[in-house]
Design a protein around this ligand. Sequence first.
Ligand code: SAH
Length: 256
Amino acid sequence: MHTGTDPDPAETTVEHVALLYALEAEAMPLVERLGLVEQPAVDPCMPQRHFSGRVGTLAIDLLINGRDPRCGTDRVGTDAATLAAFMAIRKLAPDLIINAGTAGGFEARGGSIGAIYVSVGNLLYHDRHIPIPGFELQARGAWPATPAPHLMHAIGAKPGIVTTGNSLNCTAEERAFFEHERVAAKDMEACAIAQVCAQCGVPFVAVKSITDLVDHPEAVQDAFLRNLRMASALLAERMEVAVRWLGAHPRRIAEL
Ligand code: SAH
């Protein structure tokens, strides 16, 4: 159990996971596979949806950001993600947070539609520019992913650098950043969630399924819309394996 005062978080055992998703389309296939049950909203001010259940030794809370009440679209991006992470930690107190979702991939680094990545190294922001001395690190993010090589192996995923910004498409400057940092998956939430987790001492892993290829001539939004269902189904398949692996017995963070 995570107490927030553990001397060594690596020794925490994972008995309770919070799974954070931005899109309903990404999350519902797993809700159905695991038979998770919808709960009242975590907070009445937020349109989030909350599901919970248990697999073996693992208690599961799954949060979806919910819809913008003005236009009915899923709440994507770093502001909804930051809030969801903080609410999950404060109200649900999980031992581990996994941000699962879709992302843009890169052919140049062997990416393909439906490929699954587990975050390695630091999560970065690819669209923040604050050219004032001392602010570079804040702009860059560089919040750590908890190493999870065994979890990655258990679900047959690849290791990847994951970076986050608030747009679906990208600028030439961002493309240069992706090459320089050897980015495998770009999304709109992971680094924001990693930041909250690092500040609160909660281990964090991102699992990303590729819907579109950033360095491909087709517009990312066309590929995203065409592949969202398929990539989400593949994500749910792997996330079910991840949850069953975690629920087989309580594992220490250092054993992930
Ligand atoms: N119109 C879409 C909007 C989704 S925005 C809808 O059907 O709701 C894209 C979402 O998928 C974000 O949550 C983001 O994390 C992820 N994503 C997938 N491909 C991406 C890409 N190329 N760049 C950034 N985010 C991407």
